[in-house]
Ligand binder design. Structure first.
Ligand code: DGY
Length: 322
C-alpha cells in the first residue's frame, strides 16, 4: 500500500502528478489557512505533510501525527513550524530558499517604487474619478529614488539582491546584519555596515529582511518609528510579526513616518476593518513576494523533491533541523 501524504493547499499539476505516482495523497480544499482542529485530525496517520506559511505546525500538531516522517514547506520561511520539536521527533523538515530570492527582492523594490512614486494611490485616485482634482504642478508629487538612502535590515540572500536593484537606481545603501559581511563583498555590492540605531535614523527607506524569531518579534514598533525620519518609508516582505502593526498604523496616520509598503501581516488574510485599509500612505500586497509563475513553479519542484527525499529517510535538498 502507498504511504499517505497530506497537502494543506493544492500545488501545481506537475507536482501532484509526481506525488500521486508514489503516494496516496489528500489535499485540503476548505478554509485557508487550514483550521488547527482539521489539521490535527488529518495529520494523525499520514507519513508526509506539505504545508505553507501561516499553517501553524506547532508542537500539538506534530504530537498528534503518529507516523510523520517529513514536513515539506512551500516557503523559505519556517517560523510556522516548531523545528526544535520536529527535530526531537526525528521528522525531516524541507524548505525552499534560493529560488525565490530574485522574486522577493523585486517585490520589495516594487513596493519601494510604488510608495515613493505613489502608483497605487494614483490608481485609486483615477478609479474614484478624482484625477481632475489635481490642480497644481506641485500636487500629487512623489519622491526621487536617486540619492535616497536605503537601509537594509538583514543582508542575507534577499537583502543582497535588493541592494543590487537599489545600486542600479543610484541609491545609497546602508545595512544592519547580525554579522558584517566581508569588505570585498561590501565593496562589490556598494553597501555600508552601520549600527541598527544609526540605520533607523539615517535611512530614507528601510526594508526588512529578517526571519521572525523571538529576537525579531515586533522589532519595529512605535519607539523605533519615532526615531525614523518623518519622511521615511518602511518596506516589509519578510514576516508581519516583525512589525507591531497597530503601532505602524498609528505612526502612518499621525505622519510619524511617511509611508509603508507591506507584503506580509501579523494575521493573513487581514480582516476587512484593518486600520491599513483606511490609510492612503500604505501600499498593500497579499503576501506575493515569491509569486511569479517561474518562481512558484521552482518552489513546487523543490517542495516535491524535499518531500520525496524525506519520505525515503533522506535529507531534503534544503533541510532544517534533523
Ligand atoms: C516564504 O517563502 O516564506 C515567503 O513568505 C513566500 O511565501
Amino acid at each position: 500500500m502507498k504511504e499517505k501524504i497530506f497537502l494543506t493547499r493544492t500545488l501545481h499539476d506537475f507536482a501532484l502528478k509526481e506525488l500521486k505516482k508514489k503516494f496516496q495523497i489528500e489535499i485540503h480544499k476548505g478554509k485557508i489557512p487550514i483550521p488547527q482542529n482539521t489539521l490535527k485530525l488529518k495529520i494523525r496517520d499520514v507519513n508526509g505533510l506539505i504545508c505553507f506559511p501561516y499553517d501553524k505546525i506547532d508542537k500539538e500538531i506534530i504530537q498528534s501525527a503518529k507516523n510523520l516522517k517529513v514536513i515539506s514547506t512551500f516557503s523559505v520561511g519556517y517560523d510556522h513550524i516548531d523545528i526544535k520539536f520536529a527535530k526531537k521527533k526525528k521528522i525531516r523538515v524541507g524548505y525552499t530558499p534560493e529560488v525565490l530570492t530574485n522574486a522577493t527582492a523585486d517585490m520589495a523594490f516594487a513596493l519601494l517604487i510604488d510608495g515613493l512614486r505613489r502608483i497605487s494611490e494614483g490608481d485609486r485616485l483615477i478609479r474614484k474619478g478624482k484625477w481632475n482634482q489635481i490642480y497644481g504642478a506641485y500636487d500629487y508629487v512623489g519622491l526621487d529614488l536617486q540619492g535616497k538612502t536605503l537601509g537594509i535590515i538583514g543582508l542575507g540572500r534577499i537583502g543582497k539582491t535588493l541592494a543590487k536593484r537599489a545600486k542600479a537606481f543610484d541609491m545609497k545603501i546602508i545595512y544592519y546584519n547580525r554579522k558584517q559581511i566581508s569588505k570585498t563583498e561590501e565593496k562589490k555590492l556598494g553597501v555600508k555596515y552601520i549600527a541598527f540605531k544609526k540605520l533607523i535614523s539615517q535611512a530614507d527607506i528601510i526594508s526588512i529582511h529578517v526571519p521572525h524569531t523571538i529576537e525579531t518579534d515586533q522589532m519595529f514598533n512605535m519607539k523605533i518609528f519615532k526615531k525614523m525620519k518623518k519622511t521615511s518609508f518602511l518596506i516589509n516582505t519578510s514576516r508581519g510579526k516583525v512589525v507591531n502593526e497597530k503601532e505602524l498604523a498609528l505612526a502612518l496616520k499621525q505622519k510619524i513616518i511617511s509611508g509603508a509598503g507591506l507584503d506580509v501581516f501579523e494575521k493573513e488574510p487581514i480582516n476587512k476593518n484593518h486600520q491599513f485599509l483606511k490609510l492612503e500612505n500604505v501600499v498593500l500586497a497579499p503576501h506575493v513576494g515569491s509569486s511569479t509563475k517561474e518562481t512558484r513553479s521552482k518552489m513546487a519542484e523543490i517542495t516535491t523533491k524535499n518531500l520525496i527525499l524525506g519520505m525515503s529517510g533522506k535529507k531534503p535538498i534544503y533541510s532544517i533541523g534533523y
